[in-house]
Design a protein around this ligand. Structure first.
Ligand code: CA
Length: 201
């Protein structure tokens, strides 16, 4: 439950105490970090603490979910790649540079308030002249989406590439695996926004 940092199914002053402690010394686990992101924007910040405080003190009756969530690739799990700061234009602490091989990949864990279709946008740079398609999957399911990542012209030119994927209320994993020997594009972050558009074929 969002904001329920001691996992007792009640949001109260104890959760606010734990939140303040977490802001100083860290939340210790990804589960707790997800619980602390009370507004579903992908980041734990003072804004979440303010909302939790307003809810506990009954200033607000419902915690509003952010329209767009952002997750940095640098905080995701990956296989065969490195975090890099060589090519300018990224906005996170670093970007993810996957190895130039088929099978290198990244899994981003995300949390959304409602089950539905989400426009998932990857901010990427691809300085190769070639497309670097990646195979996407959600929550380890059998469905696969082959997403093109065409050249952006330079490794310092970052562009958005979006696809509509189905997500479940709660925590989801979105996996992208390089589908060519060149590997994938460099990745800065992904964003998610609920949409009425249909799921990609
Ligand atoms: Ca947040």
């Amino acid at each position: 439950i969002k904001g329920d940092l001691n996992d007792d199914s009640i949001l109260n002053g104890m959760d606010i105490v734990l939140f303040r402690q977490g802001m100083v010394s860290g939340f210790g686990s990804r589960t707790l970090s997800f619980a602390a992101d009370v507004n579903y924007d992908g980041d734990v910040s003072i804004a979440d603490l303010l909302l939790l405080n307003q809810y506990v003190t009954r200033i607000i009756r419902e915690i509003p979910a952010a329209r767009i969530a952002r997750y940095d690739a640098v905080k995701a799990d990956f296989t065969q790649g490195i975090f890099e700061t060589v090519n300018a234009g990224y906005t996170a602490e670093a970007y993810l540079n996957l190895n130039n091989e088929s099978g290198s990949g990244v899994t981003v864990q995300v949390s959304v308030p409602k089950t539905g279709n989400y426009l998932v946008t990857f901010r990427i740079a691809n300085g190769s002249v070639n497309n670097r398609p990646m195979m996407l999957s959600v929550n380890g399911g059998a469905d696969r989406w082959l997403q093109d990542f065409l050249t952006t012209g330079a490794w310092t030119t970052w562009e958005d590439r979006g696809i509509v994927l189905p997500l479940q209320a709660g925590i989801n994993s979105i996996t992208a695996v390089s589908n060519t020997p060149e590997g994938g594009p460099n990745m800065d972050y992904i964003t998610m926004e609920q949409t009425d558009e249909p799921i990609a074929e």
